[in-house]
Design a protein around this ligand. Sequence first.
Ligand code: AMP
Length: 323
Amino acid sequence: MNKEMLKEIFNEIKTRNKIVIHTHERPDGDCTGSAYGLKDIIKTTWPDKEVYVAAETSDFVSFNGTPDVITDETHNGALSIVLDTANRDRVADKRFADADMVIKIDHHIKVDEFGDIDYVDTSRPAATLIILDLFLMFEDELKMTKDGARALFFGTLTDTGRFKYSGVDGDTFRNVAKLYDYGLVASEVYAYLDTRTEELTRFKGYFLQNYSKTENGVAYFKVENEVLERFGVTLEEATSLVNELGYFNDCPVWILMAEYEESIVRARIRSKGPAINLLANGFNGGGHAMASGANLGTWDVAEKLLIEADALVKEYKENQKQD
Ligand code: AMP
């Protein structure tokens, strides 16, 4: 944690009257949880400030809040705060750059520097935890409602795999403990996350019967649009199953690929062995060492990704043997 920089960020938020909070494309629990959590903190502390969330939404993340309407004038004289986004191209609304000042707050390995202040803390397993670092540092002055606490909890849970992934440490729990003091009803979040449609349950059965493995141990599944239609599930629901391929001892890397909007094939890549972010970088992607994403474009490129991922696993297993 860089206290000096957090102080600088706090002072900017305190002195600006108009703030637009931005998230990344294809929003997840963390970018929306940190955005609506931060909005709640600012509005509860300073009700007269204008605060907007410029985000996309989806069935899943709508739990955290509703995006605001952003016009071409919204950024005039504003402070933009871009959350949970390592590269400029991934910011959902590119008008963030029209603001007077841009602050980037992120926990991914740095890709672009695009803020007047770039605050990157890769030791935090979720962006929500950086918002909590800021909140707790200035707790005497800042306020938060239970809705803000719920959004921050949702983002933390989803980005840490319910406190399971690397990066979770004592600070994670110390920060999250505070959310309970601010009225968090954790059971509401668990109830939401633990609800699944029968359609998705049936699709999961199909998925587990039909995944594939490369020669050296990359488990993968290609979500074809025809299958989505057959089972009546959305792309978002289907791709949420990525970690179902993470249980196998002989497959330290697993990949779920699907065709997104405008027929762009994307990959969700996960690991419990070798770092995969460099692999993702080579395919128009990035992320964390153990969780990355890549924009492949076409299914042909998907085959290339599988070949490179397989080679990475081969090398990893050979090194393991030598150790
Ligand atoms: P996902 O599989 O979409 O959950 O992404 C896993 C991680 O990789 C997240 O932290 C994303 O922010 C990051 N990520 C996904 N896609 C990309 C991309 N095209 N470029 C950079 N980072 C990405």
